[in-house]
Design a protein around this ligand. Structure first.
Ligand SMILES: [Zn+2]
Ligand SMILES: [Zn+2]
Length: 341
């Protein structure tokens, strides 16, 4: 299965946290956390449509200015999501600059900002052309944890403990569209970019009578309906799940919330600042140890664990962080196997 979402950390695991997920079939990306973004080219930052901020400690939010700088002066809307007090934090950033000339420009970036509370979402619109003054303030009930629900995917959140509320996230592709290679040859269809268009039409939920042009070497193009092509060529399988959890404490209630959020993820991006021997430090600073990251991954039965947010004090012991997480991950997974045997 060729994945549709391509996640990558924005820095190495000792640098500021953050993950970018690029779409394979669209010029678009989702950004999780806004740590230092200086390593990301402008062309990639311009793909970002949604930003999910776990919390606004400086290492997770310092990149806001860079993103704003790159998108400023463009006709573009960016959706930002964050925890309690997020709207005030975004407005605080914006208040640090002077916007006296923005109304002279015809293109204007718009920020749609959502603040997540346990039972409600607070939303505001901030337009550059209005000098980023609040408009369209509204409140919506919030019960199911789903922040974004599009044709192809959802993004779910859970509120975690970090002495401030901190959001964990799970991106889930609703289903995965596979092209059956053997049928492609049997039906004498060419490969090429028209297959991406076919996939895109399915993700967008286009109707079955939607026409598609199939290039052909002999006679230009031939037309088929989306419904026909689905029947002939397409296999639908379960979608990819990518989870992202950072800056949180390991205790009974939090453990359950994390496991529930990241369950069965294909890739689980999890912080692991500290070594197992620093459990006390982790508890005090509300962060996980590598071992705890491994235990969470094992309990949630994820396929792959990807560690990040290593403490700078362990620059020369990153191997140990990885080893401790892997051991715990295996231990917990094995335990599962023997429990079910
Ligand atoms: Zn942090
Ligand atoms: Zn933090």
């Amino acid at each position: 299965m060729k994945p549709n979402f391509l996640p990558k950390l924005i820095n190495d695991p000792l640098g500021d946290p953050g993950m970018m997920v690029e779409f394979l079939y669209e010029r678009r990306a989702l950004q999780f956390d806004l740590g230092d973004l200086s390593g990301i080219p402008n062309s990639e930052l311009l793909k970002i449509s949604h930003v999910f901020v776990s919390h606004t400690h400086i290492d997770h939010f310092i990149g806001f200015d860079r993103l704003l700088r790159v998108v400023f002066g463009r006709e573009k809307t960016i959706h930002l999501f964050g925890p309690e007090n997020f709207i005030a934090n975004v407005e605080g950033k914006l208040a640090g600059f002077t916007w006296n000339l923005v109304d002279r420009y015809s293109e204007s970036v718009t920020l749609e900002v959502t603040e997540v509370h346990a039972d409600r979402l607070l939303k505001v619109t901030l337009r550059a052309i209005d000098r980023f003054q609040r408009s369209d303030e509204r409140e919506e009930p919030f019960a199911d944890g789903v922040l974004v629900d599009e044709d192809g995917f959802t993004v779910r959140t859970a509120i975690l403990e970090h002495r401030v509320p901190c959001l964990g996230f799970a991106l889930k592709e609703k289903y995965h569209v596979n092209i059956r290679k053997e049928r492609l040859e049997a039906m004498n269809y060419p490969s090429g970019s028209w297959l991406n268009e076919l996939k895109q039409c399915i993700y967008e939920g286009k109707p079955d009578d939607h026409p598609l042009q199939i290039p052909s070497r002999e006679n230009g193009c031939r037309e088929k309906s989306l419904g026909q092509l689905k029947e002939e060529l397409v296999l639908i399988s379960p979608g990819q799940k990518i989870a992202y959890v950072t800056d949180t404490v390991y205790n009974e209630s939090n453990r359950e919330i994390v496991v529930d959020l990241v369950r069965e993820a294909d890739i689980f991006f999890c912080e692991s600042p500290f070594l197992a021997e620093e459990e006390g430090r982790g508890l005090e600073r509300c962060h996980l140890t590598a071992r705890q990251a491994g235990l969470l991954a094992g309990e949630a039965n994820v396929k792959k664990l990807n560690l990040f947010h290593f403490s700078g004090r362990h620059t020369f012991r990153t191997d140990q962080l990885v080893r401790e997480a892997e051991e715990a991950f295996r231990e917990k997974s094995n335990q599962k196997v023997s429990e079910s045997a």
